[in-house]
Design a binder for this molecule. Structure first.
Ligand code: ZN
Length: 216
């Protein structure tokens, strides 16, 4: 089982902030580029964040969403392979760990944080995932097919990695041009005051970490 959070603090202490209204963030938002930290507390704000994450994911037509894609520095992601609230199963993975990668498969992937970019990505075909539910209960599953792929894609987000970090050389060069464009758009929005400066974004991530993550 994963090392972290064997027991969770399920309370909402007064000092922890409301997480407010969450929004999708795009590359190169600093939340996407740093390793998310394990949650030691699952409070009301986390329940609310998960609810918002499902809404955001459905609105964007996605099948998976990691917490750092909405600017939260926590090891948590959600999945619904049907991409609709009225179908499929809503899965929540908190402090996940993956193991036993087997086989490999190539499939086209996209990412809500890199809108419009789609490329073939090679990954293990099967993996085992262990995680905690939103209720703080541990679970383990041996995954294959699309679920194995989405879980690996979302797990990469928690490590601060994007699918563009997993491309063969020629494709990586192609992707780099797109990433440069995303960078220009992001800094342009900061320059116009539509997004906070990077230092402010990082300060918020540090504060959110301090509220709900251990010192490890
Ligand atoms: Zn993604």
């Amino acid at each position: 089982m994963p090392r972290y959070g064997k027991t969770f603090d399920m309370t909402s202490p007064v000092e922890s902030s409301d997480l407010g209204r969450l929004e999708l963030v795009e590359f190169p938002h600093p939340a996407l580029l740093r390793r998310a930290r394990p949650l030691v507390r699952i409070d009301d704000a986390i329940h609310d964040a998960v609810e918002q994450m499902f809404d955001i994911m459905y609105q964007a037509g996605g099948i998976g969403l990691a917490a750092n894609q909405v600017g939260l520095p926590y090891r948590m992601f959600i999945v619904n392979l049907e991409a609709r609230p009225d179908a499929g199963e809503e899965l929540v993975f908190i402090n996940p760990a993956t193991s036993r990668p087997r086989g490999n498969a190539v499939q086209e992937e996209g990412c809500l944080s890199l809108p419009g970019l789609r490329m073939d990505v090679r990954r293990p075909e099967r993996i085992v995932v262990t995680a905690w539910s939103l209720e703080g209960e541990p679970f383990e599953a041996d995954l294959d097919g699309m679920l194995a792929r989405v879980v690996q894609h979302e797990f990469d987000h928690l490590e601060g990695r994007l699918f563009t970090d997993r491309l063969p050389d020629a494709a990586a060069i192609e992707a780099r041009r797109s990433l440069d464009t995303f960078r220009e758009v992001f800094t342009g929005r900061q320059a116009r005051g539509e997004l906070p400066p990077t230092a402010d974004l990082v300060a918020r991530l540090d504060r959110l970490e301090a509220e709900r993550c251990g010192n490890a």
